[in-house]
Design a protein around this ligand. Structure first.
Ligand code: MLT
Length: 324
């Protein structure tokens, strides 16, 4: 039996189970796939949300890292999982860029998922190794324009937020750098701290503590306003590069065909997690906040996600850089 027939049979059996499936849900451990390596910003958001949802659902919710190919390897795992609500994907803006960047995926990057809800929008920071020869964004831009491919810029693969942020930066300063891909910006951070990587654009959930400890240099935050967790870091606009702005939204997804009642139960649990004081407090320490309740519904996220796919498609097509 081929993969498509098998999935159709699974979905039909779950449909037949219908309300009973929802009443028994969750009936076993839930696995949240993070499509990047452990220790990075997506992993950080996932572990906080998973722990809170587990308390609400009365079931163990584990996070499993499946990195590679800008998040598409882990996404494929979930798109092809049994659609019963026990395998979920926590991913980010890459869900809006992969449909255009990756032209030969083995799964449907849009139709393969049921959105559960939006979680948070995380600012990004342009950071550098401690001995990078610049002390503000203007000086960093001068070094990038002088050294060009002589500088190593880290990202988490094509389509990752760190990749998109790098595209925006290199376009804004009109100078390429040598891009070094990692399975996540957790491992990339180790290379910056060791001095083997020069620069990276990464989310505050991964950079705030390193910046505040002085282990990294930071040149700007990519939001319209400064953020409370990094009050002394200028916005890109203040630092003279207004077009260098991007925030990384994160969402939760189940495989297509997951019973609607199960999707609703998961959505209800996500809403509880977004109001969990432990989640809110840790998000704040790391420079972000949960989205408002009305943005965290399955319907609201589907609308938001589809609009972001449409927003990024022409940008990617104009750049003419595809993953395959
Ligand atoms: C990225 O898109 O850069 C990822 O968020 C990196 C990560 O989570 O490891």
């Amino acid at each position: 039996m081929n993969h498509i027939a098998r999935r159709a049979l699974m979905a039909l059996s779950l449909l037949a189970a219908g309300p009973a499936a929802a009443q028994q849900f969750p009936s076993r451990t839930i696995t949240v796939i993070v499509p990047f390596a452990a220790g990075g910003p997506t992993d950080t958001v996932a572990r906080l949300v998973a722990e809170s949802m587990g308390r609400d659902l009365g079931q163990t919710v584990v996070v499993e890292n499946a990195g590679g190919a800008g998040g598409t390897i882990g996404s494929q795992r979930v798109a092809q999982a049994r659609p019963d609500g026990h395998t979920l994907l926590l991913h980010h803006i890459g869900m809006a860029t992969a449909p255009t960047l990756y032209r030969r995926l083995a799964y449907d990057p849009v139709g393969g998922f049921e959105p559960i809800g939006l979680i948070t929008e995380v600012p990004m920071t342009l950071v550098a190794k401690k001995d990078f020869p610049a002390n503000n964004l203007a000086e960093a831009i001068a070094v990038i324009r002088r050294e060009r491919e002589g500088l190593n810029y880290a990202n988490a693969g094509i389509g990752a937020a760190s990749h998109l942020c790098g595209l925006l930066l290199m376009k804004a300063v009109d100078a390429p750098m040598t891009t070094v891909p990692f399975r996540g910006t957790g491992p990339a951070m180790q290379e910056i701290l060791s001095g083997r990587i020069d620069l990276m654009c990464d989310q505050t959930t991964n950079t705030t503590e390193q910046i505040n400890s002085g282990a990294l240099k930071v040149f700007s935050v990519t939001t319209e306003s400064r953020i409370p967790a990094l009050p002394n870091v200028p916005t890109s606009a203040e630092a003279g590069l207004p077009e260098f702005q991007v925030s990384v939204w994160h969402g939760l997804y189940a495989p297509k065909g997951t019973p609607a009642a199960v999707v609703q139960r998961l959505s209800q649990s996500l809403q509880v997690a977004l109001r969990d004081e432990r989640v809110v407090a840790r998000f704040a320490e790391l420079g972000t906040t949960p989205v408002a309740q009305d943005r965290a519904t399955p319907e609201a996220h589907r609308t938001f996600w589809q609009a972001d796919i449409a927003k990024w498609r022409p940008i990617i097509q104009a750049a003419g850089q595809y993953a395959d």
